[in-house]
Design a protein. Structure first.
Length: 247
């Protein structure tokens, strides 16, 4: 169980969030310090983003689910650089603890934890890929990715990734049912930009708007949960052509 998805007091959540932020920032610093590691990380994440877009092409194209799918692909799973967002959170963590509903704090904490876990797992996969390609740019194919993924293992961590995505979605869905949240987000837009907190505000606003538009997240989250679990099991079992439909 993720530390951010249970019934924990807000003070504990804030402390856990601070520690997780420090950890993920350390991983990013290490990647930036090693030029090839940094480039390999971007190559792998770009390939994964393409895979995810293909896996969820139906959700992206859906009038109802499209905004939430785009939010997940850009703000949770994608190759986007979250360094600015994390620096902002570090500065305003005491304020977040006082002002945000627990559901918002849990959603944000789970997003940071997901980022941290993804950095660790991506590093291991990239290392396995690089071991078979000692020279030149890292080339990622469905076959090489599947072999590296299986060689790394990490089944419990992979399951936790899926749990985190599901938990973030549920927390955002709960926020859409709370009175006054929409108005508060609109009122915060200008002050957040002036205070240098635009990334944090935009994360919540995009997620809130996407889930409010969907009017019920169970079908959307169930689809992601089912497909990612099946894909993980296929990859770990060494199934042929694991990325092909149906998932």
């Amino acid at each position: 169980m993720s530390i951010f998805l249970g019934n924990r007091p807000a003070a504990d959540l804030a402390q856990d969030l601070h520690e997780t932020l420090d950890a993920v920032k350390g991983l990013r610093s290490a990647a930036r310090a090693d030029a090839r590691r940094g480039v390999d990380r971007l190559q792998l994440r770009a390939w994964q983003a393409e895979r995810l877009a293909a896996t969820y092409v139906d959700l992206v194209a859906s009038d109802r689910h499209g905004p939430a799918a785009q939010f997940f692909l850009s703000d949770l799973y994608g190759p986007k650089d979250f360094s600015q967002r994390d620096e902002e959170v570090t500065r305003i963590l005491p304020t977040m603890r006082r002002m945000l509903p627990d559901a918002a704090l849990k959603a944000f904490g789970a997003a940071i934890e997901l980022d941290y876990l993804s950095e660790l797992l991506d590093y291991d996969v990239a290392q396995k890929l690089r071991a078979g390609q000692p020279d030149g740019p890292l080339v990622v194919t469905p076959e090489s990715y599947a072999a590296a993924y299986r060689a790394c293992g990490h089944e419990s961590e992979r399951r936790r990734q899926i749990e985190l995505v599901d938990g973030i979605g549920r927390a955002l869905d709960r926020l859409t049912r709370m009175p006054l949240v929409a108005g508060a987000l609109e009122l915060m837009r200008g002050p957040a930009k002036v205070a240098g907190l635009a990334e944090v505000h935009d994360f919540f606003k995009r997620g809130y708007d996407a889930f409010r538009h969907m009017r019920g997240a169970e079908e959307f989250l169930g689809t992601i949960r089912t497909r990612e679990t099946r894909l993980m099991e296929r990859l770990l079992a060494g199934a042929p052509r694991p990325f092909e439909s149906p998932l």
